[in-house]
Write a protein that binds this ligand. Structure first.
Ligand code: SF4
Length: 127
């Protein structure tokens, strides 16, 4: 059975920005979001294709607007899968540091350098 190195999941359509160049046409009007149960179902299907270097890339919209993001990060971490987050960085909250550290979030890709630097600096200094 072929292994899958990584796959991307759009967990929320909504974004607090409305960029004209957005390839996903995200905006504050986006309604669809993946539920925790739906994510669990997808991981159950996909995990048989995972290998030790497999990862999940969570995207949006803006993932930090998803009300179940912490639970999702914990679930992915419990599956032993690395995870990345693509965010615009503007609504990132310190409340996520514990789950980011605990669940092997290996990269955060922020749209604006200012936000990226702020998050990266906090993560480096986080105990
Ligand atoms: S911040 Fe990203 S997801 Fe949000 S509208 Fe802009 S490009 Fe799209």
């Amino acid at each position: 059975m072929p292994a899958v190195n990584g796959f991307a999941l759009e967990i929320i359509e909504r974004c607090n920005y409305y960029c004209k160049f957005c390839i996903r046409s995200s905006s504050p009007l986006g309604l669809h979001q993946l539920s925790f149960v739906e994510l669990e179902g997808r991981l159950n299907i996909l995990r048989k294709y995972f290998n030790n270097s497999s990862f999940v890339a969570l995207t949006g919209g803006e993932p930090f607007l998803h009300p179940q993001l912490n639970m999702m990060l914990n679930l992915i971490g419990d599956c032993g899968i690395s995870c990345s987050l693509t965010t615009n960085g503007s609504v990132f909250s310190d409340d996520y540091f514990d789950s980011l550290k605990r669940n092997n979030i290996f990269t955060i890709e922020a749209l604006a350098k200012l936000f990226f630097d702020k998050i990266a600096q906090k993560m480096i200094n986080y105990p």
